[in-house]
Ligand binder design. Structure first.
Ligand code: 5RP
Length: 218
């Protein structure tokens, strides 16, 4: 089975979590694109969606699914999103698609975060995928120097401007032993908008292909 087929399987399994009449939090990326296509087939049974990116908003609206401002709908029952890496405790690296800030906001605002991945995203230790950090543009060099002090290698994703007007630094070279501590540490650097580590608030459910994966006890 191809990676795309495995992503589609995970996306279709996630449709089973969607409740009648609800507003669904929707992430960003190629796996989520399959989820949105599936959601479109049941759009008469949901109220609408809160979207984590302009890209997902366009796809949702093209299917005729109403997109709401998070402020207008309050806490959500469900958020569905992909990931770039997932460890055995359902902690994630996200932001390969540069949508990490809005993704993190919606994940935090949601009761249940269901992460949909293909098997290649599963790792024992986070960090082989360069960690995306969104920064205020004027803080790019400052944040880069702080990351160097933490033994990371910052690489500016030149030319990419996020939906929030931020820039992305991808940090190479880390093998992340304590993702909760690193997330907190990076969040303290002035100019950091958000960090692509979803460790303080990990996923609640991870679907790999067509399987709900059991979480390893900490
Ligand atoms: C976007 C993300 C995506 O969830 C992540 O990059 C995975 O993408 P894909 O489903 O295309 O593999 O975090 O910011």
């Amino acid at each position: 089975m191809s990676r795309d087929q495995l992503k589609q399987q995970a996306a279709e399994k996630a449709l089973g979590f969607v409740e009648e009449g609800s507003v669904v939090g929707v992430g960003t990326g190629s796996t989520v694109a399959f989820f949105i296509d599936g959601l479109a087939k049941m759009k008469a049974r949901i109220d609408g969606a809160v979207s984590s990116s302009e890209q997902s908003t366009r796809q949702l609206q093209a299917h005729g699914i109403p997109v709401y401002d998070l402020n207008a709908v309050g806490p959500l029952k469900l958020y569905i999103d992909g990931a770039d890496e997932c460890d055995p405790w359902d902690r994630l690296i996200k932001g390969g698609g540069a949508a990490l800030t809005r993704e993190k906001i919606i994940a935090q605002a949601s009761e249940t975060f269901v992460c949909i991945i293909d098997p290649a995203k599963q790792v024992e230790l986070l960090g082989a995928f360069p960690l995306p950090v969104e920064v205020v543009p004027m803080a790019r060099s400052l944040v880069g120097r702080e990351i160097l002090k933490l033994d990371g290698q910052p690489v500016w994703r030149e030319g990419v401007v996020t939906d929030n007007g931020g820039w992305i630094i991808d940090v190479h070279g880390w093998r992340i032993q304590d993702p909760v501590a690193l997330e907190a540490r990076l969040n303290q650097i002035p100019g950091v908008i958000s960090v692509g580590l979803f460790a303080a608030r990990p996923a609640d459910v991870v679907i790999v292909g067509d399987q709900i994966r059991p979480k390893r006890p900490l």
